[in-house]
Design a protein around this ligand. Structure first.
Ligand SMILES: Cc1ncc(COP(=O)(O)O)c(C=O)c1O
Length: 398
């Protein structure tokens, strides 16, 4: 299958220009079919019982974990299904043991989901350091070197900024973490869907990402961890090997190993099956090809926007350090107004506002936020040209 052919699998692009995949991606037909198949043909709970349907469902659910692990080369670690990236990050915040004086190093550029869970730990006496990028959203690795100390328990950064599209030097940061003995968490919500990510090569301890941003259903996310060092956020059905109330252990139960330890209760089974199908779909297209396609569109978009009077583009100009998440403003028009006009005039759907990055917007002096166009495999050069042309028309109105 090649990228051009995949358009037929998506209905929305046939009547709208969907440029908001950084918020949530569209979902292709084979993913919907796989979820419906589960609901219609073999719906049963997983990991419970021996009847034929539960055996099939359990096998597919296990296969889904294996496929997602393979997608990020994380077979050696544990892949836990969550509701989204936010839940995955909160599981790490809740599952590590914190002591007063522990330090967390993060950045001012993070999505709130990779910031608030750490800020909340300040109540436990944890110190949170937020590194600041330059105006393009890039960091000097030296600033990480300065901020990471022997007290640094965790470094938590996003692989790619959801507001500026900047790709961060995660391998270099991973080496620093190793040097200081800190855990390294990567928020991969905007990287895993767009280019090949290999957790072994990077050398991180946690990788958190969202299924719904990579062609999967909403309500699916992933926490990959190198070792099972977290204490589970929830316990209950499915998480134990034994329960013996008077059995002599402090808790009265023995937790099982692997992802089941972290997935208490009945999971989102059709979601997991859909996510697995989404990964298969991405693998069939090839992540390198997807990345190349998006880079081609991004290059055209950046060049087009740069030539329009009164339009300001944020994030790196160099295509090598970024993906197709392109933030811009038009002088004297509120970003929400621009987003509304793009929809009204040309059926172009983009996001506007602070992108859940209020500290970054404040740091960049962008009180009203930005307009953000985010590209994915189903977008075309024609759509990019239409966006450029419509932005130009709107800019001429002021
Ligand atoms: C970089 C980043 N981190 C975290 C999130 C939160 O993802 P979710 O809403 O799936 O939890 C997002 C969503 O936009 C994101 O872009």
């Amino acid at each position: 299958m090649n990228i051009e052919d995949c358009l037929a699998d998506f209905q929305i692009p046939q009547y709208l220009h969907y440029l908001d995949s950084a918020a949530t991606s569209l979902i292709p037909e084979p993913v919907i079919v796989s979820m419906n198949e589960y609901e219609r043909q073999y719906r049963a709970n997983v990991g419970r019982g021996m009847h034929r349907l539960t055996r099939v469902a359990t096998q597919r659910y296990q296969d889904a974990h294996d496929r997602v692990s393979g997608f990020i080369e994380g077979q050696e670690g544990t892949t836990v299904f969550t509701r989204n990236t936010t839940e995955a990050i909160n599981m790490v915040a809740a599952g590590l043991e914190w002591e007063p004086g522990d330090r967390i190093v993060t950045t001012v550029m993070e999505h709130h989901s990779n910031l608030l869970p750490w800020l909340r730990l300040r109540q436990k006496g944890v110190e949170v350091i937020t590194i600041r990028p330059d105006s393009e959203g890039t960091f000097d690795t030296g600033s990480f070197d300065e901020a990471i100390t022997a007290d640094t328990k965790l470094v938590a950064i996003s692989h790619v900024s959801n507001a500026l599209g900047t790709v961060q030097p995660v391998r270099e940061i991973a080496s620093l973490c190793k040097e200081y003995g800190s855990y390294f968490l990567i928020d991969g919500a905007q990287s895993v869907p767009h280019f090949p990510v290999n957790v072994q090569n990077i050398g991180c301890d946690f990788m958190c990402f969202s299924g719904h941003k990579m062609l999967g259903p909403t309500g699916t996310g992933i926490l990959w961890m190198k070792e099972e060092i977290l204490s589970p956020f929830m316990v209950g059905g499915g998480t134990v090997d034994d329960v013996d109330i008077e059995g002599g252990t402090a808790e009265g139960y023995v937790l099982t190993e692997g992802y089941r330890r972290y997935e208490a209760g009945t999971p989102h089974i059709s979601g997991a099956i859909g996510l697995s199908q989404a990964v298969k779909y991405l693998e069939n297209l090839g992540m390198d090809d997807i990345f190349r396609h998006e880079q081609k569109l991004t290059e055209r978009l950046l060049a087009g926007l740069a030539g329009i009077d009164k339009v300001n583009v944020y994030g790196p100009q160099d295509i090598k350090n970024r993906i197709g998440v392109v933030s811009f403003t038009i002088d004297r028009i509120h970003p929400h107004e621009v987003a509304y006009l793009l929809d009204e005039r040309a059926s172009i759907l983009v996001r506007s506002g602070d992108h859940c990055c209020i500290p970054l917007m404040r740091y960049l002096g962008l009180e009203n936020g930005t307009v953000r166009a985010s590209l994915y495999l189903y977008n075309t050069l024609e759509e990019v040209d239409l966006l450029i042309q419509t932005v130009e028309e709107i800019a001429r109105m002021v």
